[in-house]
Design a protein around this ligand. Structure first.
Ligand code: ZN
Length: 420
C-alpha cells in the first residue's frame, strides 16, 4: 500500500507517531512555557519513565542504568545475540528545542515497534539507548551517559557540583541511582556490532540542498582556547593614540583575523569567538587586559591542527606589532570521529533505497558517537531542521522529514550486515 493509501486508511505514519511523542516529551520540562530538562532532575526522571514505557510497548525489555540512561533491548532470532545499538540523548539545554536528542531516541523506538508489530526478528539484537546527559548543562561535563556506556566515565566528575552546590554523587542518589555502580553501565566491544545515531542536523545545509536526510561523514573535532591579551590601561583623554597599548583594539583585530582565516579556508574550518571580557571596563579607560575564547572545528584533525598553528602565528604577529602580550591556553580538545566507511556505506544504501539522493556532510556539533567510538564503529543520519535552528525553541522538523528519517533508519536496521 502506498503512503497516501495508508493515510487514507487511517493508519498513522511513523513520522506522525514520532511527532506526537516528541510533543509528549517536550511537555516534560522544568517550566511550563519552555523546554528545559536537565540531568538528574524530577522532569528528567519523568521523561525517563515515559521513554521506558514506550520501549516496553515496542516489545523491548527496558531499564534505567546506573547513570540514568534509558536502555531498551529487542532480542534477535535467539536471545543473547550481539546488538546493533541505536540512540541519542534525552536531556536538553536550557530553553531548548524539542528535537535535539529525543528525535533519535523516539525514531529508534518507533522502528523497533514496527518490527515487533510484524513479528520480525533479525540475526542480531537491537538496543536503544536514551543517553542521560549529552549537553553537560548541570555539571559542565558533557557526554556523561555515553561515556558510562563506553566505559570511559571519569569517576572524578562525581564530586563536581551544580550551581546549587549539589554534587553529582548526591544528585544520582536523589534520582534513585547508586553512584558506586556506574561501572556496571559499561559495555564491551564484543556486545556491540555498531552504534548508529539519527539526529537533527542543527545546521542549514540539508535545507539549502532541499534534502530531508543526509549521511554524516565525521563528527568534527574541536579545540577550545582561552586567550588573554595584555596591554596597558590608561586615561582615555591623555594618552595619545600612537602611544597606546589598547588590549581591546588588539583583540578586535585578532578576532577579525580569525574570522578572515576561517572564511577563506574553504574546506570546512569554522572558528568562533563566543565570549569576551575587557578590563578594567570603563568608558574613560583604555582597556589594559582582555580575555576571550576561541572555538575551532574542522572535518579532520590534521586540518584543525594546521589551521590552529596558522591562526596562532598570525594573531601573535598582530599582538607583537601592537606591543601587546598574547597568551593562548587550550582548555578543551576532542578528536574528530570519522564515521566507519563500511557502516556509512550501509547508511548510503538505505538513503538511496528510500529514493533520496545520497548527500554527505560532516557534523560540526558534538554527539554521543564521540564517546561510543571507543567501543563500536559509529555512523549518523542527519534529518533536516528548519532554518538550521537548534538549541532554541524555534527548532523544528517537518512530519514528512521525521518520517523520511524513520524510514531510512528502519531500512538500515532491516538490511544491516555486521562488519565481516
Ligand atoms: Zn543533540
Amino acid at each position: 500500500m502506498s503512503r497516501t493509501n495508508e493515510a487514507m486508511a487511517g493508519k498513522t505514519s511513523l513520522g506522525e507517531e514520532i511527532v506526537s511523542r516528541i510533543n509528549q516529551l517536550a511537555a516534560i520540562s522544568e517550566t511550563p512555557d519552555n523546554i528545559t530538562r536537565i540531568f538528574l532532575t524530577a522532569e528528567h526522571r519523568a521523561a525517563a519513565d515515559l521513554i521506558l514505557s514506550w520501549m516496553r510497548e515496542a516489545g523491548m525489555s527496558a531499564h534505567l542504568d546506573a547513570i540514568g540512561n534509558v536502555c531498551g533491548r529487542y532480542e534477535g532470532e535467539r536471545p543473547g545475540l550481539p546488538c546493533l545499538m541505536l540512540g541519542s540523548h534525552y536531556d536538553t539545554v536550557r530553553d531548548a528545542g524539542r528535537w535535539d536528542g529525543p528525535l533519535g531516541v523516539i525514531t529508534a523506538i518507533s522502528c523497533v515497534a514496527d518490527l515487533n508489530k510484524r513479528g520480525r526478528r533479525l540475526p542480531f539484537a537491537i538496543e536503544v539507548a536514551g543517553f542521560a546527559d549529552e549537553e553537560g548543562v548541570r555539571f559542565a561535563s558533557t557526554l556523561l551517559g555515553s561515556r558510562a556506556v563506553a566505559g570511559t566515565f571519569n569517576e572524578r566528575v562525581l564530586t563536581s557540583k551544580d550551581e546549587a552546590g549539589v554534587s553529582m554523587r548526591e544528585a544520582l542518589v536523589q534520582f534513585g541511582l547508586d553512584p558506586e555502580h556506574i561501572g556496571a553501565a559499561a559495555r564491551v566491544r564484543g556486545e556491540l556490532l555498531a552504534y548508529i545515531e539519527l539526529h537533527i542536523e542543527q545546521g542549514p545545509v540539508l535545507e539549502a540542498q532541499g534534502l530531508p536526510v543526509g549521511v554524516v561523514t565525521a563528527i568534527a573535532g574541536a579545540t577550545r582556547l582561552a586567550a588573554r591579551v595584555t596591554g596597558m590601561a590608561g586615561h582615555a583623554g591623555t594618552v595619545p593614540m600612537a602611544l597606546r597599548r589598547d588590549a581591546l583594539a588588539g583583540a578586535a583585530e585578532i578576532i577579525s583575523k580569525i574570522e578572515e582565516l576561517c572564511l577563506t579556508d574553504g574546506r570546512g574550518l569554522v572558528g568562533t569567538v563566543g565570549y569576551i571580557h575587557a578590563s578594567p571596563g570603563a568608558t574613560n579607560v583604555i582597556p589594559g587586559q582582555v580575555h576571550f575564547t576561541i572555538d575551532l572545528r574542522a572535518p579532520t584533525d590534521v586540518h584543525r591542527n594546521r589551521a590552529l598553528a596558522d591562526i596562532s602565528r598570525q594573531i601573535d604577529a598582530i599582538a607583537k606589532r601592537r606591543n601587546l602580550e598574547l597568551r593562548l591556553d587550550v582548555t578543551h580538545e576532542n578528536r574528530t570521529v570519522p564515521c566507519a566507511p563500511w557502516l556509512k556505506a550501509q547508511v548510503e544504501q538505505a538513503v538511496s533505497a528510500e529514493g533520496y539522493p545520497v548527500f554527505e556532510l560532516p557534523s560540526g556539533a558534538g554527539h554521543d558517537g564521540m564517546a561510543m567510538v571507543d567501543i563500536a564503529d559509529v555512523a549518523m543520519v542527519f534529518v533536516r531542521c528548519r532554518g538550521g535552528i537548534s538549541h532554541h525553541p524555534d527548532e523544528h522538523v517537518e512530519v514528512a522529514d521525521a518520517d523520511a528519517g524513520a524510514r531510512v533508519l528502519l531500512r538500515l536496521i532491516e538490511n544491516f550486515r555486521p562488519n565481516s
